[in-house]
Design a protein around this ligand. Sequence first.
Ligand code: ATP
Length: 422
Amino acid sequence: MKEIVAKKLGAGLSSCLDRIIEIADRKKYPIFLVGGFVRDILLERDNLDIDIVVEGDGISLAKETANILGGKLTIHERFGTAALALPNHKIDITSARSETYEHSGALPKVELSSIKEDLKRRDFTINSMAVRLNGENPYTLLDPFNGEKDLKEKRLEVLHNNSFIDDPTRMLRGIRFEQRFKFNFSENTTKLFGEAIGEDRLNNISPIRFYNEFNLICQEKDPYSPIGRMGEIGFFRYIDKTITYGEETQTIFNQIKWTMPLLENKEEIDMPLLFLTALIAPLPEETILEICQKFSIPENSRTNIIQGKRNEAATIAILSQNDDMESSAIYRLLSPLAKEYLIYITSKVIDERVEENIVLYLSELSEVKIELSGDDLIALGIKEGKAVGDILSLLKDERLNGRIDSREGELAFVKNKLLKIK
Ligand code: ATP
């Protein structure tokens, strides 16, 4: 196991882990790798987040670790948790704890405990394994719920019959893992899941916790299958009771899936905002604002949806009525709208010209930049003020329409303009 962990971590992180083990040894704290990181070691999948549980004071261990390794440390005293952000990785360091729930969906009451108790509070057997890092028999697997067997047999199994009642977010986590790993819920877990749906358990969690899970689903490498599952099961009603998952929404999601690979800078797209837009943009403005309020959607995302909705019909009309629009005109028309909203429009329009022009904008035109700056223009003798802005805008149009493609071209264009003014 030691070799597997070291290989998984790579040389740099492996030596980080050695430092943490040294500190824990000095403090006489048993420490363990846990959760998704252990699961992904056994699945041979990449995972950049390392989860460590300490039988002892996790926060003091995290502070000493940060002193030695650097990075940005965030501490939650109340939960005994700390997160250390290193350049490409996150290390979560947590005191072993047990949790009790006062009522369904409540935040748990937390008490310090042992690794055994800590593993009992987890969601699925595959996430309830640990690797001991120090003490006697280091690098052995602790697997009290037979998670390794479930991993091999591609099964999702909760740890006890109250799991979804205690914490209904586990239903959404379950869908995410089911679709990510192509696993199946066990017979008993399927039954419990069905009962929790029947009892409307997701209603017991706060909107923020629901939206947090929705976000995670949307950020999956392949978000389309878990989002589709959410729809099939009827979970969109927790966004708004009027949202259903019919053929129309399925077609929109399929089209989004088709459009995304055509875009150059996919990483720029805010996937949760895109899916949220696709689900709520058809609703009345008032309802959209209520939903945004309920889920504390950031102000700029709200504005993106509302502004998109207000401009949607006119934008589609202009694009479909004008053949051979110049690229600069397409740019001016579409750049005020959020990219997420534009992708949503492509997913619902039938007119190919509209779709093609939006894809052209998203994949090429939106990336067009000019090389000269305002200062360059002033250095060339253009008077500070409106003239500078006007020329920059003209330069951008020339670039967009493909008439200029270099800094030299831009310079020649500006000099020519100056000659004409003189
Ligand atoms: P991912 O690969 O999506 O990051 P993960 O399993 O690492 O999945 P985290 O949200 O980082 O997920 O959680 C780390 C671990 O904490 C999980 O593996 C699981 O053991 C435990 N955990 C997280 N959320 C819950 C929950 N709602 N109920 C019980 N245990 C949970």
